[in-house]
Ligand binder design. Structure first.
Ligand code: F6P
Length: 549
């Protein structure tokens, strides 16, 4: 396989560092070459022809990393496309950016700090950014987590009435919810006997109300996950949970029924979190990258620390691949560049994530935050406006539910939607006839999307030529899940390097939060709305009228 970067060298040992961040992607020679290549060669490409012309295509456009195989052959690209995309990555400084990430440079430019989720799953001997304040504490926090998890599991730490704590309720939102929830569902077969995982995230309070109907407070441990410990949703849910515990078991029980993960010691004190039940997080961990930190505590409590450590090792394995593999074999890099290809040259706006395993049902939602909070940016790291489309709308659902919902649009609609199929072949550790059906459906769908079907009856014709990538692995284990998540984290990182944007901030979510805080008063009291928006004013009047009847 020939690539722009030679396969014997790590992609991180390339061209001398230059001022790469100042360049717009559209100024790069490879970008211009890709534009021409798209217009002249690929705009009307036929996947069927590409396969017919190259009997080795499926091999040629597949790559393996650890336990994962990525088959990207059913995409609109040729060897030339791949070379040009990798050249673009090279010209955009991806290799240098990877080094910056791993060496603890302040890649989160707007907040002037590193993004060190990779350190969280490194071994101390890897020496990933160990000089960054806090990094050296990672392993001590893991050790404390391990002791805590073991003590709960072995009944050394029990609830207020002396009963075992068997029901773990994660209270958090965004990255402090999606990671633990997605991973706990994915790893259902690793739950320790007798342990249960629950979660509460939404602000309206109904989740907790519904949950407490079936929970025994004496056996419930709430884990309040909030990097800031100020997030409105989490704080209001945690306060309601505390009321429930205090109301059922007495105020003294709070210290035995709440644990927390946060950077904010003062707020944890004020809430009443027992000093032995709290775990630190660092400001250089972004919310959507925080599963690897103590934000993963609720998951660790349910699957056990050994499996949590395997999740970290899986991610580390992908980290090493990302840092060391040659460009043309570098899975996150390839996945990212295919996405840039569709996003910026084909003008595609959305990307579907379709896992064929119900245990990955929250994976699309997890990737939604990872991708859209990281890449939904209109301003570059150097504060200039972007000149190209960034981000994509990520959506999806577990197959085959998805087939009976929106696949009609994928097969015959007018939209062009690239798809990632994700296929563990033995999700529950065993092969079953039903899983055979899931696998057959996944393979059938990617084939149908590509091949299409001719019919004289136009309503029944499938145009085909619709692209997809497929990620296959043996079984859904902590190790493979770690690899899968890290794959997408790095994919998002590379895309942002190409676009010149910062994947590690999320100021776009702040304005709405601020307005909600000021509107809360107008909703809950007789005080007037102080804003200027006539529609809000009218809606508020309606809300108040409906509430008063
Ligand atoms: O909604 C924005 C956000 O800051 C996310 O990035 C984050 O995952 C979530 O809120 C929760 O934040 P915290 O962990 O501080 O409660």
């Amino acid at each position: 396989m020939t690539g722009i970067w030679t396969s014997t060298r790590s992609i991180c040992t390339k061209v001398a560092r230059q001022d790469l961040s100042a360049r717009y992607p559209t100024d790069l020679p490879a970008w211009r070459a890709l534009k021409t290549h798209y217009r002249d060669d690929m705009k009307s490409s036929s996947l069927r022809t590409l396969f017919a012309e190259d009997s080795r295509r499926a091999d040629e456009f597949s790559v393996v990393s650890g336990d994962l195989l990525l088959d990207y052959s059913k995409n609109h690209l040729t060897g030339t496309t791949r070379d040009l995309l990798l050249e673009l990555a090279k010209e955009a400084g991806v290799a240098e950016a990877i080094e910056d990430l791993f060496s603890g440079k302040h890649v989160n430019t707007s907040e002037d700090r590193p993004a060190l989720h990779i350190a969280l799953r490194s071994k101390i001997s890897d020496q990933v950014a160990v000089e960054t304040p806090g990094v050296i504490e990672i392993w001590a926090v893991l050790t404390r987590m391990e002791k805590f998890v073991t003590a709960i599991q072995e009944g050394e730490l029990r609830g207020h009435t002396g009963q075992d704590l068997t029901d773990i309720v994660n209270i958090g939102i965004g990255g402090s919810d999606l990671g633990p929830v997605m991973a706990s569902r994915a790893l259902r077969q690793f739950w320790r006997p007798g342990m249960n995982f629950h979660s509460v995230s939404n602000v309206d309070g109904t989740q907790l109300v519904d949950l407490t109907e079936s929970l025994n407070p004496a056996q419930t441990l709430f884990v309040v996950c909030s990097k800031t410990f100020t997030t409105q949703e989490t704080m209001s849910n945690a306060a309601a949970a505390r009321e429930w515990i205090a109301g059922t078991l007495g105020a003294d029980a709070v210290k035995e029924h709440f644990a927390a993960a946060s950077t904010n010691q003062e707020a944890m004190d004020a809430f009443g979190i027992n000093a032995d039940y709290r775990f630190g997080v660092w400001d250089w961990v972004g919310g959507r990258y925080s599963l690897w930190s103590s934000i993963g505590l609720s998951l660790a409590l349910v699957i056990g620390m050994e499996h949590f450590q395997s999740l970290l090792s899986g991610a580390r394995r992908m980290d090493m691949h990302f840092r060391q593999a040659a460009a043309e074999e570098n899975m996150p890099l390839l996945l990212a560049m295919i996405s840039v290809w569709y996003n910026n040259f084909f003008g595609v706006e959305t990307h579907a994530i379709l896992p064929y395993d119900n245990r990955l049902d929250r994976f699309p939602a997890y990737l939604q935050q990872l991708q859209m909070e990281s890449s939904g940016k209109g301003v570059r790291s150097d504060n200039r406006p972007v000149t190209v489309a960034t981000g994509q709308v990520i959506w999806g659902e577990a197959g085959s539910n998805a087939q009976h919902s929106f696949y009609q649009l994928l097969h015959q609609g007018t939209r062009f939607v690239p798809v990632d199929f994700i296929l563990p072949v033995r999700s529950s550790g065993a092969t079953t006839a039903q899983q055979d059906l899931a696998i057959a459906n996944c393979l059938a769908q990617s084939e149908a999307l590509m091949e299409g079907h001719a019919s004289a009856d136009t309503c029944r014709a499938h145009p085909g030529n619709r692209p997809s990538s497929t990620i296959v692995f043996e079984s859904l284990t902590p190790e493979t899940l770690g690899q899968l998540i890290a794959l997408y984290e790095h994919k998002v990182f590379v895309e942002n390097v190409i676009w010149g944007t910062n994947p590690f901030d999320q100021f776009g979510v702040e304005l709405g939060k601020k307005l909600a805080a000021s509107l809360e008063d107008a909703v809950s009291t007789d005080r007037p709305y102080e804003g200027q928006n006539a529609s809000t004013q009218r809606l508020l009047e309606r809300v108040k009228r409906l509430r008063s009847t």
